[in-house]
Design a protein around this ligand. Structure first.
Ligand SMILES: Nc1ncnc2c1ncn2[C@@H]1O[C@H](COP(=O)(O)OP(=O)(O)OP(=O)(O)O)[C@@H](O)[C@H]1O
Length: 815
């Protein structure tokens, strides 16, 4: 019998899957691929559809109406990366994707990558289904106790995971089971996210709103009235200050004290009824405060005057995917589509979700400046890899020697990466692999959930090498990019500009003659009579410095010079401090335009613009409010003066004069602070401080580099494109302005406006959310998305959908 069986087996050998070694070699850990990017030479989707429909017609047949359950059975190369959000409300600013790109035809070719991450599009309120085929995780960070983390021994995996013939399903993301996520179609105010947010913003004078974006994650949250005013924020009354600030704060105090102070209770100890009662109490409190605000409109803060930002439906959907469903998401979109606003909302909600263990959420960005803007660290610092030039194994050893970095890698559940356009593709791959090794987990990045944002049409990674010989590799060029991300979402609604048409042409580097003429017409000088000057943007630091110095010289008055105090090993200190935002020395005069380079509180943030209005010692500044108030009773003035003198006597330790800066709001109100020196540190991955600088948190800001301006919203901008040298620079510079009226453009030439061809190609491949929405509205999306079976040679990594011609037309790309 055995002999017969052997003969039969020899006659009919079982089929062996053919493996394309070249393709596998490109994937460090092929079995865990979440999704795949098609090879650059991949055929257009139309061709693929044709082939697909021929070859698979019979096989697919009924599968073309496959559900998620069917698609999850697709092996190994499961999907592309896009999922349709729910239909956004058609607000006045809403533009369909196609309209965002004006007359450009760059996206007319059919994308060859479509979203199959989730063949059953769902509203955020619907529960998620597992859709990915990935390797089984070996360990989860939850397997470790904190003690274990320190003890964790490092072992390189003895063998890379092999390609399973029937790969196990990815563990479904944990979905909050107590309540379904909020519907993506209902726009929720941020303040609804937590009972404490029903509290009104604290009554304080207005801050400069012009450039106050990307502050701390909570900067749009109304601060509770009980919050104590931060030191050095005390504004003295001026024409723009409330005459009744005292009574305002008094009433706030009264409000607070008249209510029984709620006993602080841990979140997990609060019953549902207790939370409801708290909400009710806060609502009542809010009503009372609103009355007070109406009575004294000048006391409103900028966030009050603007009102809370309601996330749009598409923003809300992304937040739900990230926070409630634990999905790895890359969200992108043109400048001004609210990526930063959304990221801040996500960080806020994630911090709330992991309030018991804040180390689970790591907030990072590609550059120090971007990291500072979201209250995080650079990706390099998070990883503990220094410059990260070494190979993966060396870097892993380096991290192993660094207890802090090792713990970060082990404990992080969600990794935020902002401004990903400047993350190098090679670094992305290295980190993905480091995560797998350090966490001993076969999934990309060791199973860490990624939340990535940025716009690849903006500034690219800095080229490497002394001669910048290596062309920058984008993060999307990374071999592990697609497998690391579950969903790519394109935000479409531009909030910053009312008419982004011209900018969108620029963004793509395809600009019509009419648009050229329109930009050239913006070369006229801008003049304003309210004292707020146009900010000039330049590509190089040298141009920025000379422009600022020229403007400073033009001011009359005494020069105040502030030299930094640097500490650390003199051998390496200068090199380490060379790229620091805080300058080694800064000269200021009354009237100088400056930018804050450190977050001071929720509203005065890195990037806020202001004017130096005077110089004072700390003691004088603290008491100036009372003395200068012309409304104040003379008796009260006398008392304040006596107190001031007493205070000055007791605090004569530092009689140095520092700049008083008025930070402007667009509606003319100001907030004035005394800027005293702050500390900056350069730390080793071990936490040891290598160098430190003490300096004023200010730089001159008549002119800014385009790099520093990325991420900012500016009301008045002047851009000279004469020396623009990098792709994306012109787009970043011009897209900072909110209106054409506030934008002056010099030396505009078509040739200066460049989009990187690889970026255009990448965005071409993305399947727009809008297209998916149309399909969803037609109720047919589940009937056309089918995962492509992995060919025997494993070569075609991109999933394909079966679309008819109409459906293909609905596919656009966001650029
Ligand atoms: N849902 C929203 N409702 C109203 N305004 C919004 C909303 N989202 C963002 N904004 C506003 O749009 C402007 C641009 O937002 P934001 O800076 O987040 O865009 P961005 O996509 O990060 O831009 P960039 O790519 O240029 O950095 C800001 O003034 C912001 O307050």
């Amino acid at each position: 019998m055995l002999k017969r069986a052997n003969q039969a087996a020899a006659a009919n050998p079982p089929p062996r899957p053919a493996v394309n070694n070249a393709a596998l070699a490109k994937q460090p850990f092929p079995s865990s691929a979440r999704s795949s990017v098609p090879p650059k030479s991949s055929p257009s989707i139309a061709n693929m559809f044709a082939k697909q429909s021929q070859s698979q017609q019979s096989a697919v047949g009924s599968q073309s109406r496959a559900t998620a359950t069917t698609t999850t059975a697709a092996p190994l190369h499961p999907h592309s990366v896009n999922v349709p959000p729910p239909a956004p409300p058609r607000s006045s600013n809403y533009k369909p994707l196609a309209s965002l790109y004006g007359n450009s035809d760059s996206f007319k070719e059919e994308p060859d990558m479509v979203d199959l991450t989730d063949s059953t599009p769902r509203l955020p309120s619907q529960p998620s289904q597992p859709t990915k085929a990935v390797s089984t995780p070996y360990f989860d960070e939850n397997n470790y106790s904190d003690d274990d983390l320190d003890e964790m021994e490092f072992h390189f995996p003895s063998a890379l995971p092999t390609v399973p013939s029937n790969p196990p399903q990815r563990t479904p993301p944990k979905v909050k089971d107590e309540k379904p996520p909020a519907s993506g179609t209902s726009v929720l105010s941020w303040s609804q996210s937590s009972p404490s947010h029903f509290e009104p913003p604290r009554p304080q004078p207005v801050v400069n709103q012009q450039a106050s974006k990307r502050s701390s994650p909570d900067d749009t949250e109304p601060a509770p009235v009980t919050t104590k005013k931060a030191k050095r924020q005390l504004p003295w009354p001026s024409s723009v200050q409330p005459a009744n600030e005292d009574s305002q704060s008094q009433s706030a105090d009264t409000d607070v004290t008249s209510q029984p102070k709620p006993k602080p209770t841990a979140i997990w100890e609060s019953s549902e009824s207790a939370v409801k009662a708290q909400k009710k109490q806060l609502k009542t409190h809010l009503k009372g405060s609103a009355k007070t605000t109406e009575a004294s409109p000048q006391t409103t803060t900028s966030s009050q005057s603007k009102g809370p930002i309601n996330l749009s439906a598409e923003q809300q959907y992304v937040k739900t995917l990230v926070v409630d469903r634990g999905q790895s998401v890359f969200f992108t979109g043109p400048a001004g589509t609210g990526k930063s606003v959304l990221m801040r909302a996500i960080i806020h909600d994630l911090k709330k979700k992991y309030a018991r263990d804040p180390e689970r959420v790591a907030v990072t960005a590609s550059t120090g400046l971007a990291a500072c803007n979201i209250g995080g660290m650079t990706l390099h610092s998070f990883a503990g890899i220094g410059l990260g030039k070494e190979d993966v194994n060396t870097l892993v050893k380096k991290i192993r020697r660094n207890p802090k970095a090792k713990t970060r890698w082990a404990k992080t559940k969600v990794l935020i990466i902002d401004e990903v356009s400047m993350v190098d593709g090679e670094l992305f791959d290295k980190l993905s692999q480091i995560g797998r090794i350090i966490r001993n987990n076969g999934r990309p990045w060791g199973g860490i959930q990624l939340v990535i944002t940025g716009d690849f049409f903006q500034l690219p990674p800095v080229p490497e090498g002394a001669g910048k010989e290596r062309e920058s590799k984008f993060a999307f060029d990374a071999a592990t990019w697609s497998m690391s991300i579950d969903h790519t979402i394109g935000l479409t609604e531009v909030f910053r500009q009312r008419d982004p048409g011209m900018l969108n042409e620029m963004r793509l580097g395809k600009i019509s003659d009419e648009t050229v003429r329109s930009f050239q017409a913006l070369s006229r000088p801008l003049t304003f009579d309210d004292g707020i000057e146009v900010t000039e943007l330049f590509p190089t630091r040298q141009e920025v410095d000379s422009s600022n110095q020229r403007r400073l010289k033009a001011l009359t008055g005494k020069v105040y010079r502030y030299d930094a105090i640097d500490t650390g090993d003199p051998k390496i200190r200068d090199r380490l401090l060379a790229n620091m935002m805080a300058p080694p020395s800064i000269e200021l005069k009354k009237g100088a335009q400056v930018m804050l380079i450190k977050n001071m509180d929720d509203t005065l943030v890195n990037g806020s613009l202001g004017t130096v209005v005077g110089f004072m010692t700390e003691a004088t500044f603290e008491m100036k409010a009372g003395i200068d108030d012309s409304e104040m009773e003379s008796d009260a003035k006398r008392r304040v003066r006596a107190f001031t003198n007493a205070l000055s006597e007791s605090s004569k330790t530092d009689n140095k004069e520092y700049p008083v800066v008025a930070f402007h709001n667009v509606d003319g109100v100001q907030r004035q602070i005394l800027c005293v020196p702050e500390d900056w540190k350069v730390e080793l991955p071990t936490g040891e401080v290598q160098a430190a600088r003490k300096q004023l948190p200010l730089i001159l800001a008549w002119a800014l580099s385009i790099h520093k301006a990325q991420g900012q919203t500016l009301e008045r901008v002047k851009v000279d494109l004469g020396k623009v040298f990098e792709k994306g620079q012109a787009y970043v510079a011009l897209s900072r302005a909110t209106t054409k009226q506030g934008l002056q453009v010099l030396n505009f030439q078509k040739s200066r406006v460049m989009a990187h061809p690889r970026v255009v190609e990448f965005y071409n491949k993305l399947y727009s959310a809008e297209a998916a929405l149309k399909k969803k509205a037609a109720g047919s999306i589940t009937s056309y998305t089918v995962k492509q079976p992995v060919p025997a040679d494993g070569s075609a990594r991109n999933p394909v959908s079966l679309l008819d011609e109409d459906e293909e037309e609905t596919m656009t790309a966001y650029g």
